[in-house]
Design a protein around this ligand. Structure first.
Ligand code: UDB
Ligand code: ZN
Length: 183
């Protein structure tokens, strides 16, 4: 079972690497890693399990965060604010199109791999279309907006060695960009 001690923290070189694409069929080890990541998220949002194992309430986790430099992540959003539920694991994901309009969380972002608060707005695409594969290699197509789109883009960044605070404007960290939507 994955716990917080399995999650590497800011400063670990793996977080800055570009993760490798996977090939199908996944190995048993790769499949197990993906399932473990999904279980971690569910556990972390279960009050009893979270308390017992001292888990931060996670909505997404990417393989590089457990020191596996491969292009896969899991997301668990029981309610994304638009009445949609996402509980999925995705392999080799890519953004195939996105809106011109940006969006941001007014409270900024955090990360399971970052223990400190980093204040500042993180602008992301308001809408994204994502293609990828499930654990068995079936195609996944997702059209996302708002909070779900932000979570998926945060996890996709991890596959490219990008951290959320890389996107914060150092001069004006708390100033929304023109036209950007608050989520
Ligand atoms: C998170 N969780 O998992 F609104 F039930 C964050 C952490 C860093 C605070 C643990 C989170 O936002 N939980 C949450 C929010 C709610 C309601 C709820 C739980 N991530 C994922 C991450 O670090 N993945 O690499 C950070 C998010 C910030 C914006 C998108 C992802
Ligand atoms: Zn993160």
């Amino acid at each position: 079972m994955l716990t917080m001690k399995d999650i590497i923290r800011d400063g670990h070189p793996t977080l800055r690497q570009k993760a490798e694409a996977l090939t199908f069929p996944l190995t048993d080890e790769e499949r197990q890693t993906l399932l473990d990541m999904q279980t971690f998220l569910r556990n972390s949002q279960d009050p009893e399990m979270a308390e017992k194992y001292k888990l931060r309430s996670g909505v997404g986790i990417a393989a590089p965060q457990i020191n596996v430099s491969k292009r896969m992540f899991a997301v668990y959003l029981p309610d994304d604010g638009n009445g949609n539920t996402y509980d999925l694991a995705i392999v080799n994901p890519k953004i195939v199109s996105h809106s011109v309009q940006d969006a941001y969380l007014p409270m900024g972002e955090g990360c399971l791999s970052v223990d400190e608060d980093v204040p500042g707005l993180v602008h992301r695409h308001h809408r994204v279309t994502i293609k990828g594969f499930d654990i068995d290699g079936n195609e996944i197509n997702l059209r996302l907006k708002g909070y779900a789109a932000i979570v998926f883009q945060h996890e996709l960044d991890h596959l490219n060695g990008v951290m959320f605070y890389d996107h914060i404007d150092k001069q004006n960290p708390l100033t929304p960009k023109d036209g950007a939507i608050e989520v």
